[in-house]
Design a protein around this ligand. Sequence first.
Ligand code: C2E
Ligand code: MG
Ligand code: MG
Ligand code: MG
Length: 288
Amino acid sequence: RAKSDGRGCYRFFEPAMDADAQLQREFEFELREALVRKEFEIHFQPIVDIATCRACAVEALVRWRHPDHGLIPPDKFIPVAEEIGLIIPLGEWILDTACRIAADWPDDVRLAVNLSAVQFRSGNLVEVVRDALARSGLPAARLELEITESVLLQKDHGGLAVLHDLAALGVHIVLDDFGTGYSSLSYLQLFPFSKIKIDKSFVADLPTRSDCAAIVCTVVNLAKALDMGTTAEGVETVEQLELLRAAGCREAQGWLFGRPGAASALVLDQPLAAPRISPPTATAPKRR
Ligand code: C2E
Ligand code: MG
Ligand code: MG
Ligand code: MG
């Protein structure tokens, strides 16, 4: 950042800070341009019903196809997009594009879209969601909006009011990354979430750490008592899947069932990992 030398006509830069600030400005510029140049892509990852291992939902995950640096993951650019306000038009584009794609999926497959806390402060999130549904023809009940606790941290409870308005549209509100915040339990009293996503950090150590298994079981039972569903994130092995099944977790998402990829590569009409306990044969896969 430029700093005045006190005499009014010169400015000097700390060399290191100058280089950093320059890089930051370039990154921000390129990020803004990326939306115009259509460099963002949405990848899709299945979420399965643990009873059948068939996709019951699909999560939309944004990436940036940078002309020089290749595919950039969301953790690298979403925070900057939030800082510069780009998340508002980017978030609208993600919602719109994902809803249009999901409208062609079987009726029993929902779409899950991540929302940033910044979008909740935009003032028109409800209209944006309503318009995306109207334009795509996707029924509201087939849309899940994933939020993190940060939405509920706003002091004025503005985020909470918007959540109630969104729920009134008929969409599902899902609490993402559960267990990673500071006082997760109190958030469950603030809003009737449809579902809780158990953070992958608890799933990763499930087979080796009994405390993780205890936490997962407790969260599943708590969710049930509150009439909420549960999805386990980051399921990579059959062993994790079987422990989640035993814990009574309803849904799972992770590399075991498929990595995020092109919409055209989604398999929505058959099981994605062989369940150890076969589902009843009467439930033949539903086709369109
Ligand atoms: P998230 O919503 O919790 O998404 C789950 C992340 O876990 C994704 O990372 C996904 O690729 C990854 N994952 C899925 N299965 C496995 C697995 O078996 N093992 C491991 N190790 N990881 C797995 P991704 O795509 O890099 O996204 C990171 C985060 O970026 C997301 O976390 C979400 O918070 C944010 N994000 C992604 N897309 C969007 C978006 O469209 N809008 C907003 N606002 N945020 C987004
Ligand atoms: Mg998510
Ligand atoms: Mg998550
Ligand atoms: Mg996350």
